[in-house]
Design a protein around this ligand. Structure first.
Ligand SMILES: [Fe+2]
Length: 304
């Protein structure tokens, strides 16, 4: 029987047609997407011109993506969506660990393996040298040996290697392993906060909303070990002007750290240092990745 389609019945009609989806998870995700997307259009009383503008915007977001740039991750981040997905991920853990934060659009897989104490600075730099150190532990504070610690960050001007004139060259990235006590330590330079890339459609959105577009200074980490839940996170520097108003909502109180000018416990005590211990929750059978983001080149490849 023909159904009368109106602004309300269309939602059930669309969900019913998708009911043949064999994968139960895909079926649930799509039904919920349709329900909420339709509610959004009804609530905002969206007009054809407005939705076409939305399609133009999403098209431009896709067109801006390359192997070195991921505008969709930036969109997800600036809408608070990545942060929401992180919070849901943290809630699924059976033990409390270090909180998640954003991968962001500047992650690269295959950062160079380094030895404890090495510097991740490979290009000439005027930045203030700092030591990052601490331990990777389980919930009870026991050190986890040979844990993987991937670190990446912008330089002292707030730029990542991917934003420099030859984005194929890596800088300010490294992949470390903790020692037998679960300790890590490395040298770097203090990062500067930065404005997210504003030369694309996401920048247009941020300007239209009169937002400042800044992220406070931070250093990204992915820390993991067999048997534990990988944590994707970032450390934020106390005192940054934007630490309370991050454009991508990555900051949470427990991830704010400070640069200590003199720390007798630092492995290199005559240099400024940042100490942070990462706590990993035990892995559960249901664990999935906590990475809300990826190396831009991997996403481009997958979509090709
Ligand atoms: Fe970042």
């Amino acid at each position: 029987m023909l159904r009368a389609i109106d602004e309300n019945t269309i939602t059930d009609a669309a969900i019913e047609q998708m009911a043949s989806t064999p994968d139960p998870r895909l079926k649930r995700i799509m039904a919920s997407l349709v329900k909420n997307l339709h509610n959004w259009a009804r609530e905002a009383d969206l007009t054809p011109e407005e939705w076409l503008e939305g399609i133009r915007f999403l098209t431009a977001v896709g067109q801006k993506c390359t192997a070195f740039r991921q505008e969709f991750i930036l969109l997800s981040d600036t809408l608070g969506f990545s942060s929401l997905i992180n919070a849901l991920h943290d809630k699924r853990a059976t033990e409390a660990g270090t909180k998640s934060s954003l991968v962001g659009p500047f992650y690269r897989a295959d950062s160079p393996p380094m030895k404890l104490g090495d510097t991740i600075v490979t290009k000439p730099s005027n930045g203030m040298e700092v030591i990052l150190y601490g331990r990777v532990t389980d919930r009870m504070g026991k050190g986890i040996p040979n844990a993987s610690v991937e670190v990446w960050q912008p330089d002292e001007t707030g730029n990542y290697d991917l934003q420099k004139h030859d984005p194929s060259e890596m800088d300010l990235r490294g992949h470390f392993r903790t020692d037998s006590e679960g300790r890590y330590y490395l040298r770097t330079v203090a990062p500067l906060g930065y404005m997210i890339p504003m030369d694309g459609p996401v920048g247009d959105m941020i300007r239209a909303q009169k937002r400042h577009g800044y992220r406070p200074a931070h250093i990204h980490f992915i820390v993991g070990a067999p048997g534990y839940r990988e944590v994707v996170t970032a450390l934020y520097l106390e005192g940054d002007a934007h630490v309370d108003s991050d454009t991508v909502f990555g900051v949470t109180e427990s991830l704010v750290t400070k640069v200590n000018q003199k720390d007798p416990n630092s492995p290199i005590p005559n240099l400024p240092s940042i100490k942070f211990d990462f706590h990993l929750a035990a892995a559960t059978a249901k664990d999935m990745t906590g990475r809300v983001g990826a190396d831009p080149s991997q996403i481009t490849k997958a979509g090709a």
